[in-house]
Each structure stands twice: as structure tokens, then as C-alpha cells.
Design a protein around this ligand. Structure first.
Ligand SMILES: Nc1nc2c(ncn2[C@@H]2O[C@H](COP(=O)(O)OP(=O)(O)OP(=O)(O)O)[C@@H](O)[C@H]2O)c(=O)[nH]1
Ligand SMILES: [Mg+2]
Ligand SMILES: [Zn+2]
Length: 301
């Protein structure tokens, strides 16, 4: 019997719900004894499965592309960072933190500007849009414009997530749930319907992290944990590495952090002055750097 490759979409105590690769089929499986102690399986893992009698058993985990601690999930291909043009207005510190997380975990970021149905001649909204467009497309981030309300741009977004595992992030009220609902309408039925029938366990036993599948090896992470304002996994000294627009300049001082150093040695500060680097991005960098350093100092004092 040939091995099956499948993706873990949900874990319910010792039952693993798997989506079989290249098929719109969800199976339940258990973990083979030898894996139980050695490996901690995450939602998102690609696993090798064998069928023994009527039962599916997980026998191996394929090496992960990446993994996160909060939420505990692996193999995220892209993060759809949702911001909205109406209320709430974009939170750029959160946006930059999420980009840092993406860069550090090898996740492709896509900025999704939602609520474009609200765009009017409003000057503030227009400036906001232009800012996002100029700063973030300049550093190589794809931007997609949608309205979960009237459906504009949703097909484009669907194309961007096809065949990938995507997580939606963004602060409360930007429209993550509304967008996700637009995309997964039918899938939700598959997921909740089929799994709900087979399992006799109560809802409370299901871990919060789960993936929705919409077929075509396309997955959407549904978890509240991704909107976190906290960067937990990044060393403050490494922060500079995750700013693509900083990488083309080199400072006269080897371990320059571009914060306390003098402008005479710091190419980043010089290029902020020259407007080659956006001042807002730089100021938010300094803010995030200081927060990370405080965290670090508290921990190691
Ligand atoms: N005008 C307009 N309103 C929208 C759009 N998308 C979402 N909304 C509204 O924005 C509000 C928040 O939407 P949600 O989808 O709940 O936002 P969320 O990001 O899931 O928020 P949390 O679950 O709190 O993190 C709701 O009142 C939606 O009806 C849109 O495209 N246009
Ligand atoms: Mg929501
Ligand atoms: Zn510098």
C-alpha cells in the first residue's frame, strides 16, 4: 500500500484531521506509536500516512518550511495582512510588525486593503491609500484591494491564495472574518458537516487552531491568535535584517542598529534624511527596536 501525503488541518486530542494532497478528501487518523513521544505534530504539517485495515496512521512528518509558536502552526506560505480604509484606519506599527514576522519566517506577505467600497473623495482616505501604495509596493509587497461587502477584488484574492496555505491577520474590525467568509462559503460546509458527524467529542476539545480547505490544495488559517501585537521570536539585534529597504545600504559602523549611532556613521539615518527611506517606516523601526530591547533587557537582567 502506497503512502498517502496529507496536511493536518485540525487536531482533536489524539485524532488528526487530514486533508489528502490533491484530493478534496478529509480523513481522520491516529499517530503511530513511535511518533507519539518524539514529535509534536502541528496543524499545517504535511504527513505521511498509511492505511492499516480501516485505519489511517501517521508514520512520518515532512520537514517544515516554517513554524510559529503563537499560534502553533506550520508551513504557512503567505500572510494576508488586512487593513481597512474606513474605520479602523491602518495601524502601521502592527503592519510593520507583521511584515517583520513574515520576513523572519519566510512567509510571503500580501497587504489586503479592505472596504474599498468606502473610498470617496475623502482626502484623508486617499492619502492613506497613496501612502500604503508607495511605501509598501516599493519594498516589494503585493497589495490587493477588496471589498468584502460588495465582493470587489475577491476573485483576485482567491487567485492569490490558490494552492497555498494563507493566514489572515490584522487588527480587530478590518474585516478578516468577512473576507474569509466570502472565500470559504462552501468549504465551511465540508469541514463542519463531515467532521462534525464522525466525531463524538464535544467542541471544547478542539484546539483553536485549524485550517479551512477550499480544495485545490488551498488552505486558510482561521485563528484569532494572529492579530497579536507582540513579536515574541525576534532578537532586537536582528530586526534590521527584516527591513528590505535597509539592506541596500551599509553603515560605516559594523553592528550599526541605526538608533543611537551618529548620522555620520549610519547610512540608514542618512538615507532617511535624503528621503530614500520612508521616515515613518524608520521611526516605527526605532519604536519596535526599543520595545524588543526592553523585552530582552527585562528577561536577562
Ligand atoms: N463597508 C464595509 N464594511 C465592511 C467590509 N468588510 C467588513 N466590514 C464591516 O466591518 C466590521 C468588522 O468586520 P469583521 O469581518 O468582523 O472584522 P474582523 O477583522 O474579523 O474583526 P475581529 O474578528 O474583531 O478581529 C463589520 O461590521 C463588517 O460588516 C467592507 O468591505 N466594507
Ligand atoms: Mg473576526
Ligand atoms: Zn546604521
Amino acid at each position: 500500500m502506497e503512502d498517502i501525503l496529507a496536511k493536518v488541518i485540525r487536531i482533536d486530542l489524539d485524532i488528526y484531521y487530514l486533508s489528502v494532497e490533491h484530493k478534496n478528501e478529509i480523513i481522520q487518523s491516529k499517530l503511530r506509536g513511535n511518533l507519539k513521544k518524539s514529535k509534536n505534530i502541528l496543524v499545517g504539517d504535511i504527513v505521511k500516512v498509511e492505511k492499516i485495515g480501516q485505519d489511517y496512521m501517521i508514520k512520518d512528518i515532512i520537514e517544515r518550511k516554517n513554524s510559529l509558536i503563537r499560534p502553533p502552526v506550520s508551513n504557512i506560505d503567505q500572510m494576508i495582512i488586512v487593513v481597512s480604509v474606513g474605520a479602523p484606519s491602518p495601524d502601521y506599527i502592527l503592519l510593520d510588525k507583521q511584515l517583520v514576522l513574515c520576513m523572519s519566517k519566510n512567509i510571503k506577505p500580501i497587504i489586503c486593503v479592505n472596504k474599498i467600497d468606502l473610498i470617496s473623495e475623502d482626502k484623508v482616505v486617499k492619502e492613506e491609500l497613496e501612502y500604503i501604495n508607495s511605501i509598501y509596493s516599493n519594498i516589494g509587497v503585493d497589495i490587493v484591494y477588496v471589498s468584502a461587502k460588495n465582493g470587489d477584488g475577491i476573485d483576485k484574492l482567491k487567485m492569490l491564495i490558490k494552492g497555498k496555505t494563507s493566514a489572515f491577520s490584522g487588527n480587530s474590525g478590518v474585516g478578516k472574518s468577512s473576507i474569509t467568509k466570502k472565500i470559504i462559503d462552501k468549504l465551511e460546509v465540508i469541514e463542519i458537516g463531515e467532521i462534525g458527524k464522525k466525531t463524538k467529542r464535544g467542541k471544547h476539545t478542539t484546539k483553536a487552531v485549524k485550517l479551512y480547505t477550499i480544495g485545490d490544495d488551498t488552505y486558510i488559517l482561521d485563528t484569532p491568535g494572529f492579530s497579536s501585537y507582540e513579536l515574541y521570536d525576534i532578537e532586537y539585534r536582528e530586526l534590521t535584517k527584516y527591513y528590505p529597504e535597509f539592506l541596500k545600504y551599509s553603515c560605516n559602523y559594523d553592528d550599526c542598529m541605526h538608533v543611537l549611532e551618529s548620522i555620520d556613521v549610519c547610512a540608514i539615518k542618512q538615507n532617511v534624511e535624503k528621503k530614500n527611506i520612508d521616515k515613518g517606516r524608520y521611526e516605527r523601526y526605532v519604536y519596535i527596536y526599543q520595545k524588543l530591547k526592553e523585552q530582552y533587557d527585562r528577561r536577562y537582567k
